[in-house]
Design a protein around this ligand. Sequence first.
Ligand SMILES: Nc1ncnc2c1ncn2[C@@H]1O[C@H](COP(=O)(O)OP(=O)(O)OP(=O)(O)O)[C@@H](O)[C@H]1O
Ligand SMILES: N[C@@H](CCO)C(=O)O
Length: 358
Amino acid sequence: MEAARETRLPCAAMAILTPLSLADARRIGALYGLEIADVRGLLAGSVNSNFALTLADGRGQVFLRVYEEQQLGAASREARMLEHLAAGGVATPQPLRRRDAAPSDTDAASDGAAFVAEHAGKPVALFPWVGGASLCQARVTPDATRRVGAALARVHLVGASFEGANASRFDLDGLDQRLRGLRSPAGARSTAPAPALPPDVAAAVDELTGRLERIRAAAPRTPGPQTLIHGDLFRDNVLWEAGEISALLDFESASRGSAAFDLAVTMLAWCFGDDLDPDLVSALAAGYTAVRPLSTEERDRLFHESVIAALRFSITRITDFELRPKGSGVYKDFRRFLARQRTLERLGPEGLLALLGV
Ligand SMILES: Nc1ncnc2c1ncn2[C@@H]1O[C@H](COP(=O)(O)OP(=O)(O)OP(=O)(O)O)[C@@H](O)[C@H]1O
Ligand SMILES: N[C@@H](CCO)C(=O)O
């Protein structure tokens, strides 16, 4: 196992929700054939409780995650998916196998039971320690977006043969439901904005509702080709070391979905400084297509999927950040994604394809 090279304290730092004593860590480590000398809580991530375990044999550390929101079945399925991706050459840490796992425990029927243990009634998985740090926007160069594009294409290529990916929670119906919840938290059929919403949020909800209706009306007749998508490949989900990607992280939103949608999410997340940066966009697309050319249908869907991607993050940033108590962790501004949506509309389908150069 590689030794840790640096301490990371990301802006999304949270408390450890589930404590893990050295005795707990030793019991869990033993299930994976590891002798643990030390355990350290990590202020990393905003959902799960994460720990660095030091190995007694001097081979460095492993990363232990306690899944705070996923049940055993979902965590096992995610571990099986990560194993599939890592085994296929995607740069993501391959979950460690339990020593007592039977060969069949990695297959779809057992749903990845080989990788997951339990602690305090919650699922736990172990991963090799990965060095590296995420990039701030000012350090994102065309070389970086080219690498990100290539890494995303590998997820789509390798993920295509993964059986068992879930449907996305963020399809148009899921987004519509979130907007309805915002307009009427009680779930009534009212179409009036809920009075509790601050005026600018209520106005955004109106704007997004209109947009969702327009997107539905203009939607292609079929869902188009599907593969396994990451769904959330933002800067904080990619670690870098010496100018290269050391890990893609956080496959929590991974699902069956459109590669064009995933490429659009990644473009929206990586290629905007103050405004859309054409050099970052064309490098991202070039990196992607060098590994996995887009099919004609995927290319034709790029604009449609881009406006859905902008809609998705505008809405989830309202429900998951704007309306939660401030000061309790990371805050992500939905207004940035409203602005990105307007940029896309200004560009139009032909303008977007010209920028991407596909
Ligand atoms: N295998 C690993 N080795 C070393 N550090 C890791 C490893 N996996 C994750 N990390 C660190 O932990 C941080 C949180 O990871 P991740 O995003 O997967 O966690 P999370 O708890 O699901 O939180 P969130 O979804 O909010 O990001 C990462 O940003 C990274 O710094
Ligand atoms: N990456 C998301 C948050 C996690 O899904 C965002 O920036 O809105």
